[in-house]
Design a protein around this ligand. Structure first.
Ligand SMILES: CC(=O)N[C@H]1[C@@H](O[C@@H]2[C@H](O)[C@H](O)[C@@H](O)[C@H](O)[C@H]2O)O[C@H](CO)[C@@H](O)[C@@H]1O
Ligand SMILES: [Zn+2]
Length: 274
């Protein structure tokens, strides 16, 4: 199970991982916390969505449905239901304080909604952002908190038993990028990734999803409101590189399974589970 903040985050950060496990017949579920109502609309033929959060949210809900079909058989949940928690906007924007935004949502409401999904899906592995949200977006940080604060209650038989049988998630990973990745892409002229990386020795798992790079690209292409892969900017250049389908994780809960290479990286998130 993967927990992401906005439509398109799942494909950008973990699309190849999702495609690999869906291809292998594993049960892959996704929790998206907001519909991304405040995103910048990059496609001029979608200009009518600019300044119309409800319309953009509805449009992005359609985009993610199409994107997930490109990745494989993915079970999709909106945290609290579609539109329940709304996009908080980029860090520092006034919208970060809007009553209905995800970053300001009531902790009990968020935990209840996440526990309901955790107990329904009973995932052996859960993936989300690190506690910086990857790049500091309030909704990404809130998504990390939504999962991490729900792990205890989900496993507690005394917590809202009406939400289902308790479930203790065996393994949790946070997504990240190794510092070596930056050196690789800098050689290709792609700058700006350094702040979002960790030392290679801090990585615990690497999923080489290059066999699924095409699916990751196809999923990203469905997000026309947010992503243009043909404008030659650094992101468009990055995603075309097959190395973009190599996805890296740090284990933050559970036992590390067998690995390989100089840092003994796991190459399977289910490593060590029976
Ligand atoms: C990848 C991601 O998390 N995107 C978020 C982010 O989008 C950025 C935002 O629209 C900003 O104004 C742009 O300049 C930047 O290029 C975008 O990546 O924040 C949005 C608002 O919270 C969110 O909807 C989008 O999914
Ligand atoms: Zn996001």
């Amino acid at each position: 199970m993967l927990v992401h903040a906005h439509p398109d985050d799942e494909s950008t950060g973990t699309g190849a991982t999702m495609a690999r496990y869906a291809n292998e017949g594993a049960t892959v579920s996704l929790v998206t916390c907001t519909s991304g109502e405040l995103g910048e609309v990059v496609a001029d033929d979608l200009a009518h969505l600019r300044g119309n959060p409800d319309a953009l949210g509805e449009h992005r809900r359609g985009e993610i449905a199409e994107a997930l079909r490109e990745l494989g058989d993915i079970r999709h949940h909106w945290l609290g239901g579609p539109g329940r928690f709304r996009d908080s906007g980029m860090a520092g924007e006034d919208t970060n304080d809007a009553a209905e935004c995800f970053a300001k949502a009531d902790r009990d409401d968020v935990t209840r909604a996440m526990v309901e999904i955790l107990r329904a899906e009973r995932p052996h592995v859960v993936v989300t952002y690190d506690d910086t949200g990857g790049y500091g977006h309030p909704d990404h940080i809130a998504a990390n908190h939504a999962l991490m604060y729900a792990l205890g209650p989900a496993a507690d038989p005394a917590y809202l038993p009406e939400l289902g049988e308790p479930w203790d998630v065996p393994k949790v990973y946070w997504m990240t990028l190794p510092r070596s990745f930056v050196k690789d892409v800098q050689a290709a002229g792609i700058e700006g990734f350094e702040p979002f990386t960790v030392p290679d020795e801090d990585i615990t798992a690497v999923l080489d999803g290059r066999d699924h790079h095409a699916k990751k690209l196809a999923a990203l292409r469905t997000y026309r409101s947010q992503v243009s892969l043909d404008d030659g900017d650094f992101f468009a250049t990055l995603v075309q590189d097959p190395r973009f389908a190599i996805e890296h994780y740090v284990l933050v809960r559970g036992e590390r399974g067998p690995g390989s290479g100089p840092h003994n990286w796991e190459n399977d998130l289910f490593a060590g589970l029976d």
